[in-house]
Design a binder for this molecule. Sequence first.
Ligand code: ZN
Ligand code: ZN
Ligand code: ZN
Length: 312
Amino acid sequence: MNKLLISSALFFLLLLLSCGDSAVSMMDPDGGHAFSAPADNPEHAEMCHDNMEDLSAAISMFYASTNSYPDNLIELETVAPGISSLTCPSCNLTYLYELKNSGDVWTVTCPLPDEPNHGHIVNGQSSWPPDPAVWPEVCHSNMTCLASCMAMFYGCYNRYPEELSELGTSGIYEFWDNPCPACGEVYQYTTNSIGDTYTIHCPMPTEPTHGYVIDGICYWPPDPSGGIEACRSNMSSLGSACAMFYGQENRYPIHLKELGISGVMGNWDLVCPSCGELYSYSSDPDGQTYLVQCPLPNDPGHGFIEDGIVSW
Ligand SMILES: [Zn+2]
Ligand SMILES: [Zn+2]
Ligand SMILES: [Zn+2]
C-alpha cells in the first residue's frame, strides 16, 4: 500500500511538472476542481478503486476488532496506519466516509466532485464494473459458474438446457444472463438435439476471446498481458546469445537454430508464453544485422529486438 501511495504521489508530482500552466489551473484557488471526465483515465480509476478496496478491507478489520464501524476514516489508523491519508489519484483529495442507519451502513466515496466519479463502496459492495485488468478473471469465473449450473441442470433433467435462459426459468441460476465484463454480452450457448453435450463461449466479438467451456471442461487462452515479461526476457536471452554468436563468428546467425548448433544457446527454441510459437528471426545475408520478434499475431505483440536494441 505504501508503494501505491508513493507511486500515486510521484505520478501526481510528474503530472504537475509536466503540464506547466495547466497544472496551475488544476489547482483552483477556490478549492474547486477543474477535472472533468475522470472515466477518461482508466489507470486513475483503477488506482482509485484499489484505494477504496484497501479502505473497505481496513473497515472490515476495524469491525472485527471493535464490533462496530468507525465514525471516521482517522479511526482506521489503529488497524491500518497511514490508510486515512489515501487520496484519489485524479483529484488528490482524501476519501469521503459516511456512517448511517445507527452505524450499520457505511459508504466510502471517491472525492471527485464530477459525475461520473470513480464510484463508491457501501458495506463492502463496490458500485463500479470490474476494471479491465480483471476482465479475463471475471469472465472465466462467470463461465465456471454457468458450467456448474449446467451440471446441476443435467442432474435434475437428465439433459442440458436448450437455451441458457432455461437455467433461469428452472430456478437453478437466476444470474444466467451475467455478461462478459469486456463486451457486455450474454454468453453464447450451443447444445445438440438430445442435450447430452454443450458449449459455452465468451461472446467477445473479436479474437482473442476469454475462451470457452465444452461439457464442463474449461479452455482458457493464455493471458497475453500475463506473458509479456516472460516473453521479453526470452527475447533478451536470444539477443544476448546473438551477440555472443557474433563474438565467435563475426556475424549474426542466419537461423536461430545456429545458436543451438554452435553451442551458444541450447534452448534457442524457446517460445512466446502467450502464443506458444517460436520467435521470428531474420538477418541480412552478411549477418551484420538481426531482428528477433515476438510471434504474437495480434498487433502490438510483445515487441522486438533489432541489433541489440529493444523496442520496449
Ligand atoms: Zn477517484
Ligand atoms: Zn469474456
Ligand atoms: Zn510474446
